[in-house]
Design a protein around this ligand. Structure first.
Ligand code: ASP
Ligand code: MG
Length: 420
């Protein structure tokens, strides 16, 4: 059994959808589950809609209509008026969202977010399932919210692995065992609680969905189809001369994702590693080419890999009472960062000061005010965090250009600098 995940770029217009359905056809003899993200930038649009709904803004209806129009435009290229089933199905979905928007918002933003943003994957997976059907690829559409069970930590649901595994096996085996169909279509990113309330797994979470399915079903492999040739040693949008990595050990890929390489959702790899299920990253444009494979193998020498995070804030924190930075004040500091939802990307301490680099967030001011009740805080906004795995002497100097290093940290494999 194979799991294929198609992200937003590979479904952004009608010809892209036709193309992925042809890719699926070339594997028609195998049992397969397709995991589908929302079309193109739909999730971003639905985030705006959530904001409008929550704050009861006037543009709510306009934003809703834009999302509907975009899907209808794609549908009109894929289907004829006589394809009643798809239009009926989607009309019901659009109506469900519209009805939801007519209600009054609760106080819980994250809850509302999941109820609204999850429609993106429902729309896209329905359209693709119907299009496969139309092109003689019989398939069954499955509701991921009934298979992937999480707690009610909205926008970042924590998976209940036991229940999820059982639900997935039961649902999928029912279809595969009696040769009912070879092809199942489901949604990435969305999940549900035991009580049946919709949750999500966090932005870019569709990769993780693919991994959860693979883990639960002991799939042969997972393929993530992307608009890049595979896993590269740097993001081509930020760096020139990137090189594709053909084979990557799980541990290395986990490190790269941890430092911010945006190709794979960080939670995706661990479940696959635990069951030794290879993850292939392939180009849906050059679909016959090999791409990259993350799997178990003896690591050879790796080439330098570069990860740049922009919009970083570097904070230096020192106790007001001139005491040393020690366990007690570190635990206070960590608790404050956690409370305000900041994830620490790098930290370094000296006797009297503790430095951390974090992604900028809107509530930076509140974080600093809270820290200032006990500490002196200095900070630098708009900095850049550059991480080089497997660095060599040349790689850094070329990248710094005319920027200034304001903090540096290195170990045997990884060099990190904060640049201003
Ligand atoms: N549609 C969601 C997002 O854009 C999930 C995903 O694409 O992985 O974040
Ligand atoms: Mg993605």
């Amino acid at each position: 059994m194979k799991i294929f995940k198609f992200g937003g770029v590979s479904t952004q217009n009608a010809s892209a959808i036709q193309h992925i359905c042809e890719i699926v056809r070339s594997y028609q003899n195998e049992q397969m589950i397709l995991v589908i993200s929302a079309l193109g930038k739909t999730t971003n649009q639905l985030e705006k809609l959530t904001d409008a709904f929550y704050n009861n803004k006037e543009n709510k209806i306009k934003l809703f209509q834009q999302v509907v129009n975009k899907h209808e435009a794609i549908m009109s290229k894929l289907f004829d008026n006589s394809d009643k089933a798809v239009y009926n199905d989607l009309r019901k979905q659009f109506q469900a969202l519209e009805n939801y928007l007519e209600k009054e918002s609760s106080e819980n933003y994250d809850f509302e977010y999941d109820q609204i943003v999850s429609f993106g994957e429902l729309f896209s997976s329905k359209i693709i399932s119907h299009y496969l059907q139309k092109t003689q690829q019989a398939n069954v559409w499955l509701d991921a919210r009934k298979m992937i069970i999480t707690d009610s930590n909205y926008r970042e649901g924590n998976v209940d692995w036991q229940k999820t595994e059982r639900r997935i096996q039961k649902t999928v085996n029912k279809h595969f065992e009696n040769q009912h169909t070879k092809l199942l279509v489901t949604q990435g990113f969305i999940s549900g609680t035991l009580e049946g309330i919709t949750t999500t797994l966090g932005r870019e979470g569709s990769d993780f969905t693919a991994a959860i399915l693979a883990f639960s079903l002991n799939a042969k492999n997972v393929t993530i189809w992307k608009d890049v040739d595979g896993l590269l040693n740097a993001d081509p949008k930020q760096f020139g001369n990137t090189i594709k990595l053909d084979n990557i050990p799980y541990g290395e890929a986990i490190e790269l994702a941890y430092y911010g390489a945006s190709v794979i959702h960080p939670k995706t790899l661990k479940p696959l590693q635990n069951k030794s299920i290879p993850l292939c990253v392939k180009s849906f444009i050059k679909h016959d080419e090999k791409g990259s494979t993350i799997h178990h193998f003896k690591k050879q020498k790796m080439i330098p890999c570069f990860i740049k995070k922009t919009n970083q804030v570097l904070l230096s924190i020192s106790p007001k009472d001139f005491s040393f930075i020690a366990e007690e004040n570190l635990s206070t500091i960590f608790a404050i960062f956690a409370f305000f939802g900041f994830k620490i990307n790098l930290m370094q301490n000296s006797a009297i000061s503790f430095s951390v680099c974090v992604d900028y967030r809107q509530n930076l001011k509140q974080l600093i005010e809270e820290l200032q009740t006990e500490f002196y805080v200095k900070y630098n906004k708009n900095t850049e965090l550059l991480t080089i795995r497997h660095y060599d002497r040349n790689s850094l100097s070329k990248l710094i250009e005319n920027k200034k290093i304001i903090l540096e940290q290195r170990n045997r494999t990884t060099l990190q600098v904060v640049l201003k």
